[in-house]
Write a protein that binds this ligand. Structure first.
Ligand SMILES: [Zn+2]
Length: 108
């Protein structure tokens, strides 16, 4: 008499947790990409509305005071304006210049 013991079953229970993990990972990556795109769009809009930031060299004053505080000179980095273009606006202007849509260079 021969006895055969069935030790394995033909069920699909081993791939269930892996599929669930992949699904959660995919949803997480999708949410992360969506948040990143949202932050990027918000930064682009902010660079259109507020294109300048305070000059890092003079702190936005546009001047360097003498040790006595009575005389001063213009900041050479911002030409005395105290403002410099933000990085996003600089990229936007560069792209606009490449595609011929820069309003500051237009003659007519
Ligand atoms: Zn400055």
């Amino acid at each position: 008499m021969i006895l055969l013991a069935a030790t394995t079953t033909a069920t699909d229970s081993s791939s269930g947790p892996i599929l669930a993990f992949a699904l959660v990972l995919g949803i997480g990556i999708g949410i992360g990409i969506g948040i990143g795109i949202g932050i990027g769009i918000g930064y682009a809009i902010a660079c259109v509305i507020w294109p300048f930031r305070a000059c890092r060299r003079c702190g936005g004053t546009g001047r360097f005071l003498s040790p006595t505080g009575q005389s001063w000179r213009h900041c050479p980095y911002c030409a005395g304006t105290g403002a410099t273009l933000r990085l996003g606006r600089r990229i936007f202007n560069h792209l606009a210049r490449l595609h011929g849509r820069d309003r500051s260079q237009r003659r007519r």
